[in-house]
Design a protein around this ligand. Structure first.
Ligand code: HGY
Ligand code: MN
Ligand code: MN
Length: 408
């Protein structure tokens, strides 16, 4: 039976939550920002104190390696991400990294010898908010994204990932790819949905994750004076864009009942009270567990954009900036997680998730799996995001029991 030092986990969680804490008790810790540097420094310090071999790769993924009894055995990777949404919660990503850290600390305290090496990892830019796409560090590591392409992605100020990494001192020199075959990857994450709380289950054994597509749409009209220009000859980019926003909303729960659609970013030019908007740029995020449905949704969005622009006489461009198919996690990791939850004597259920996670891309290169901890009211990507401490302790126990089994 693995024991977890609950007080140490809580103290560590509170220490990390101070880094980028907002006044509503959330996190403002954008990827590769100064606050991300601070939390990375804290993480590296904690890994060094634990005596782990620390390495940073060329896109800033941070690894800490704990050797096992058999140094030639394929390692088990554990971890998640420390970056946050602009006004996100303290649990999204951070909980997974810190329960992984507590797992290694507990193994060291109890002298639990595991045959396989274990590597803990903090993945760069899981959120995809400052730099797109999401799952950037894990996707590059799994060779879904090209390293140079990743390094050249820019934020809204035109800063590249490479410049931001240099600025915070986390452009590592180890290649962003596996050094050896990986035995398994296991990640604890908050559910970010209402199911576990509704069903009163301590943890979710994740079966799989939705597929998703991110589109960037630019609609171009014609700037003109809000006063003298006659209504019939206007080409108002904002009118066409808002038509599309409504149409995208109506697409949800259509085609299949698990479809979710979101317009998250929206910019109007010149954004002046007495000028007819000449250009609107916005993003569309569509998701479903069925990849064919996601493909169909992308086409339907384009049809809606075309129709809105022909009504308003505007033109458009659509760029798909990210597409990731749905993920089904490895059977052997799921069964080991069930053993872990039973050993920790906590309730569990199988569950499918609608949020993307680093474990998605790890499932391209190894046996990957996840454990979900409940989210109060399912709230997330919101400063009110919360998980009860007793649920964190239960999930941490199940997580540690599973990691011990995966690392044998
Ligand atoms: O978009 C997502 O699902 C994740 O938060 N990156
Ligand atoms: Mn996350
Ligand atoms: Mn997130």
């Amino acid at each position: 039976m693995v024991s977890i030092d609950k007080d140490r986990l809580k103290n560590t969680f509170e220490t990390y939550s101070e880094i980028g804490r907002t006044d509503k008790n959330g996190l403002h810790r954008l990827s590769l920002s100064k606050t991300d540097k601070k939390v990375r420094d804290q993480f590296v310090q904690d890994l060094e104190e634990l005596g782990l071999e620390v390495r940073i790769d060329e896109v800033g993924n941070i690894f800490g390696r704990q050797e096992g009894a058999d140094p030639d055995a394929a390692p088990v990777l554990i971890g998640s991400h420390l970056d946050s949404q602009p006004y996100g919660g303290r649990f999204d990503g951070q909980l997974g990294v810190l329960t992984a850290l507590e797992t290694l600390r507990s193994f060291a305290d109890e002298g639990i010898d595991h045959r396989r090496p274990i590597e803990i990892v903090n993945w760069t830019n899981e959120e995809g908010s400052r730099f797109k796409p999401a799952l950037m560090g894990s996707g590059t590591f799994a060779d879904e994204f090209d390293v140079d392409e990743t390094l050249s992605q820019t934020d809204s100020e035109g800063t590249t990932v490479e410049e931001a990494l240099e600025e915070i001192g986390y452009r590592g020199d180890s290649p962003c790819k596996p050094r050896e075959p990986i035995h398994a990857y296991f990640e604890l994450h908050i559910e970010q949905g209402p199911v576990l709380e509704e069903r009163d289950r301590a943890v979710g054994i994740v079966e799989g994750i939705y597929g998703m597509s991110w589109l960037e749409v630019t609609i171009t009209g014609d700037a003109d004076h809000a006063g003298p220009s006659p209504m019939h000859s206007r080409r108002d980019a904002l009118v066409a864009a808002t038509d599309v926003v409504q149409a995208v909303r109506r697409l949800s729960n259509r085609v299949s009942d698990d479809v979710v659609t979101t317009v998250g970013e929206f910019e109007v030019e010149p954004n002046s009270i007495n000028v007819i908007p000449s250009e609107v740029t916005f993003t569309v995020d569509v998701r479903s567990y069925d990849d064919k449905v996601v493909a169909d949704l992308v086409e339907r969005v384009e049809t809606e954009v075309e129709a809105a622009c022909s009504r308003e006489g505007t033109t458009y461009e659509i760029e798909e900036i990210w597409r990731i198919p749905h993920t089904e996690y490895a059977e052997k990791v799921r069964t080991t997680a069930i053993e872990g939850a039973e050993a920790a004597d906590i309730s569990y259920q199988s569950i499918v998730g609608g949020a993307g996670h680093d474990a998605n891309y790890l499932s391209e290169i190894t046996n990957s799996g996840m454990l979900f901890a409940p989210s109060v009211d399912g709230k997330t990507h919101n400063e009110a995001e919360y998980t009860e401490w007793s649920d964190i302790v239960d999930a941490a126990f199940a997580y540690a029991e599973t990691v011990e089994r995966l690392a044998e």
